[in-house]
Ligand binder design. Structure first.
Ligand SMILES: Cc1cc2nc3c(=O)[nH]c(=O)nc-3n(C[C@H](O)[C@H](O)[C@H](O)COP(=O)(O)OP(=O)(O)OC[C@H]3O[C@@H](n4cnc5c(N)ncnc54)[C@H](O)[C@@H]3O)c2cc1C
Length: 306
């Protein structure tokens, strides 16, 4: 892509688009180089208008809370659309249905469903991302899964046109969702059951249990690899002797082997090299190639070492 310039944007957006925004500020691993453009919409209409005027040669990347994203150190060429802090509408639209904007944090959805006496939605409390990210990933925890609750989704396409789609239009699997290309989620209608006795205590207990087995609070992206059929990535990594293995400031967590933590000064390149090391070590020992759950995006920096 040729360099993108501010003049390529309609005047009403050129002043609102931020330039060279370090993605390390927008990812839970706290790594990642600059995004050429970074746009936070005011609402869905504003976002549709932004997409309509965006030159088609400018690539777009949608980002929620960046809790499943490894952005390389060279950053993102093109426009990042951030839904965090935007598209945050959350309302109950019938006895068992909820309308949630793509920018709603999953933890808020979990807590609000408890208040409304709806469930099972507690599992959303364990997902430190947005509803949009959960839809893109079919995020799940404790036996719950996002798409088990989807009635309809609202999406925008690359030209800013809005469509409503049903789950039958997607191929949905374990941490995988495939739908029409170049469309992104702006909201969803979700169905739950009536649970008049639902309480925050269940959420607290689940989070407490999680704290005992996962490095919660450390800079991470949750599980790096999906579990292969019939096995657990963490078990394979641990039995390959990799718990605690470190490259620079990136380390396989010694609490949960499927987490890679940034101890403070890791670069995306360290994390990516560690991911490759884990994949090849496990493959040599077991002939199983672990697949990444995290999404790796952006450009690498040229290597500076001799
Ligand atoms: C400590 C920790 C624990 C975790 N535990 C779990 C867990 O138990 N279960 C689980 O499933 N995940 C878990 N995760 C991973 C992560 O929270 C989920 O994958 C989450 O759904 C990502 O949401 P996000 O908003 O942060 O998405 P991002 O990381 O910002 O983006 C992830 C992907 O979704 C795309 N995307 C984001 N928003 C949209 C949108 N509106 N429309 C279309 N595409 C979009 C992005 O382009 C990217 O490809 C954990 C992460 C951490 C850090």
């Amino acid at each position: 892509m040729n360099a993108i310039r501010r003049e390529m944007l309609a005047p009403e957006f050129s002043a609102r688009v931020l330039h060279d925004v370090p993605m390390a500020k927008h990812t839970s691993w706290h790594v990642g180089g600059p995004a050429d453009w970074f746009f936070t919409p005011r609402d869905v209409m504003d976002l549709a208008a932004f997409l309509r005027q965006l030159p088609t040669e400018v690539p777009v990347l949608w980002v929620g809370l960046g809790s499943n994203l490894l952005v390389r150190d060279g950053g993102i060429r093109g426009a990042v659309i951030s839904t965090h802090g935007a598209l945050a509408n959350l309302e109950r639209i019938s006895a068992t249905r909820v309308q949630a904007g793509a920018g709603v944090p999953c933890a808020r959805l979990a807590r609000q469903c408890v208040k409304w006496g709806l469930g099972p939605a507690e599992f959303f409390a364990g997902i430190p991302g947005t509803v949009g990210g959960a839809l893109a990933m079919n995020a799940g925890a404790w036996g719950g899964e996002t798409w088990k609750h989807v009635v309809e989704v609202d999406v925008l396409d690359r030209r800013g046109m809005r469509h409503t789609r049903t789950p039958t239009e997607y191929q949905i699997g374990y941490r995988q969702v495939k739908g029409p290309p170049e469309e992104w989620f702006v909201g969803a209608r979700l169905e739950f059951e009536r649970r008049p006795g639902a309480s925050d205590e269940v959420i607290r207990d689940l989070l407490e249990k999680r704290k005992q087995t996962q490095p919660i609070g450390a800079w991470s992206c949750g599980s790096v690899f999906t579990n292969p059929p019939g096995d657990h990535a963490a078990r394979l990594i641990e039995s390959a002797g990799l718990k605690g293995f470190r490259l620079g400031d990136a380390a396989v967590s010694d609490k949960h082997a499927n987490f890679i933590v940034n101890h403070g000064a890791a670069r995306a390149a360290d994390i990516e090299a560690l991911i490759l090391h884990v994949q090849s070590t496990v493959e040599q020992r077991t002939h199983i190639r672990l697949q990444t759950e995290v999404r790796i995006v952006g450009e690498s920096l040229p290597r500076t070492d001799a």
